[in-house]
Write a protein that binds this ligand. Structure first.
Ligand code: DON
Length: 563
């Protein structure tokens, strides 16, 4: 298993690792009745509908996941796309098989640890910020290995939306507005996203004919439609002409990796989540392990929040210290997920006082991380599940479109810890485990997650950069307290990520009295003016045998349950 590798790997070995698909993880086949309906929650109504369209055509949950991912790539280009990557967490009901498709982007082989030093903006804006995309390979792999339908069928809704256009929403308008200065620098991107030089108004129609052509090539030729041939040539030429460092080898050698999801338990709930190269599952389970020593339901509200924050602080500290691409260095997964290790962390938590982050033993050689992305959750009528979090990093990624492809490239290189002493766009710090190396995957916070106990099965996740994990943590605790998706997606959120050392909280997440009590314990508090996240969640309630679904009220998504 990749996460048991103990030594840094050299490139030759890396190739070997990338070619291997890890053994299936088998659990007992389920004995419970299945939902008999399907539920899909995604960040865009057209993507949710694309999923149901494919289910109605006889597709399984994995075909639906291809359709939803591809539709999001077209209708929510701020969050994810063919030029990005992500993680698909899969559960097959017939035999309990579970796996995670790691379609995370990789640094180009010409990347160097110091490539962004003294180059402000270079890791976030333009062609040099873009890592080698994993999304097209993920879609092809999902369809070929797990789907029932040809890729051409599952990609059809996305192709239609790219060709015929879709109506721009308020969120699109706002996020595009925020990235407009960068997009304006690149004619191939402005032509698509700023037609006639202007920000498209909400409800105007945006067409992406070049993207439709690229999708059609993938529909015809699978991964080779993107990573080889005409599209690959255009990508490389365009990136290099704009100061980037991609090569055709980078594209041709990109491979997804199937990995064993990380597993944990909290109060009888089985937790299954993203393995490295994402930190999502480890940080989530580590925080839950710390919290499992307390009866949070009996604690008063402020004590509960204090304990949750202290657990977040310690788990995010370990993220910064230890986590990175497991194919490039040892990641101590077993230790970080161990209950005794969590008990040790718990023993340093005081009820009356916050522990300043600077007092935690061990400092990463300073570096940090950043957040726009998307998540969708599906359960089908047979109980199969997909949780997928997909990203191009900041809204509209690098703002750079490779000419003639319609593909907006990510700026995921910013998720590496690349400039000592500074956090990334999300203020995250990290050390050598997440330093830039050729061909390496940058550490992610994405946390597509399953929760399961006798009450039911939950599928959930969210965008939000470094805050993804704390959002999923709060939702998991809410599930443990018996609440449903509508509650998980809408509850007011608070967050601590070790550094910066403070609690960030949404309007309504802390009362004045709670804020005062937490401040008296030594917490630094930052009241956010805007809410964050766009959680998409579904629940199969085994007791009532009902499916329910929730789409974050902060976004413009759609959660539907249908026969
Ligand atoms: O992989 C990560 O952790 C980030 N690139 C995710 C970015 C994100 O969620 C932005 N969302 N608002």
């Amino acid at each position: 298993m990749t996460n048991r590798m103990h030594k840094p790997k050299r490139l030759a070995c890396l190739y070997a690792c990338l070619l291997c698909v890890t053994a299936p993880l088998r659990a007992n086949p389920p004995s419970e009745p299945q939902p008999a309906q399907a539920a899909i929650a995604s960040a865009h109504p057209l993507a949710t509908r694309a999923g149901f369209e494919i289910l109605a055509k006889g597709g399984n949950v994995f075909d639906a996941a291809v359709a939803v991912s591809a539709a999001l790539a077209v209708v929510e280009p701020s969050g994810s796309g063919l030029g990005g990557g992500g993680y698909w967490l899969l559960h097959r009901a017939s035999d309990g098989f579970e796996t995670m498709i790691d379609g995370r982007e990789k640094a180009p082989y010409a990347a160097r640890a110091d490539m962004y030093r003294s180059r402000p903006g270079a890791s976030t804006d333009g062609a040099l910020a873009a890592a080698i995309p994993g999304m097209p390979a993920g879609l092809a792999h999902l369809a070929e290995r797990y789907g029932r339908l040809p890729l051409a069928v599952s990609l059809a809704p996305a192709i239609r939306h790219a060709e015929n256009g879709f109506a721009v929403g308020h969120k699109f308008h706002k996020l595009l507005g925020s990235r407009q200065p960068v997009i304006r620098r690149f004619p191939s991107a402005s032509r698509i996203f700023l037609p006639k030089g202007k920000l498209p108004e909400p409800f105007s129609v945006l067409r992406q004919p070049d993207l439709a052509e690229t999708l059609k090539r993938i529909a015809r030729s699978g991964r080779d439609g993107f990573y080889r041939g005409e599209v690959a040539e255009k990508l490389v030429d365009s990136v290099r002409a704009a100061g980037g460092i991609w090569s055709e080898t980078d594209l041709a050698s990109y491979r997804i990796i199937e990995r064993r999801p990380v597993k944990g338990a909290y109060r009888g709930i089985k937790v299954t989540s993203a393995a490295p190269s994402s930190s999502g599952g480890i940080v989530l389970i580590e925080a839950l392990n710390v919290l499992s020593g307390y009866d949070l339901e009996k604690a008063d509200e402020t004590a509960r929040k204090h304990l949750i924050v202290e657990a977040m602080r310690r788990a995010y500290h370990d993220r910064a210290l230890y986590l990175g691409d497991p194919d490039y260095g040892y990641v101590p997964v077993e230790r970080l997920l161990n209950a005794d290790y969590a008990a040790g962390l718990r023993s340093t938590i005081r009820f009356d006082k916050a522990l300043p982050s600077a007092m935690l033993a061990g400092e990463p050689e300073q570096n940090a991380e950043a957040a726009n992305t998307t998540h969708f959750s599906i359960i089908d009528r047979d109980g199969n599940r997909v949780a997928a979090t997909l990203s191009i990093n900041l809204p509209f990624g690098s703002g750079f479109v490779a000419a003639g492809t319609g593909v907006l490239l990510n700026n995921e290189m910013d998720d590496f810890a690349s400039s000592p002493g500074t956090g990334n766009a999300f203020g995250l710090v990290g050390g050598t485990a997440n330093a830039i190396q050729p061909g390496k995957r940058m550490l992610s916070s994405m946390a597509p997650t399953f929760l399961e106990n006798e009450r039911g099965v939950a599928v959930l996740g969210s965008p939000g950069g470094s805050r993804i994990i704390s959002m999923v943590l709060l939702a998991a605790l809410d599930y443990a307290e018996g609440h449903d998706p509508d509650s998980w997606v809408s509850l007011p959120r608070f967050h601590h990520q070790y550094l910066p050392d403070g609690i960030q909280y949404e309007p309504g997440a802390l009362s004045q009295a709670e804020a005062a009590t937490l401040a008296a314990k030594g917490h630094r508090l930052t009241a956010l003016t805007e809410r964050y996240g766009d959680m998409q969640a579904v629940l199969w309630n085994k007791k009532t045998r009902a499916l329910s679904a929730g789409s974050d009220p902060r976004g413009e998504g759609l959660a539907l349950v249908r026969p």
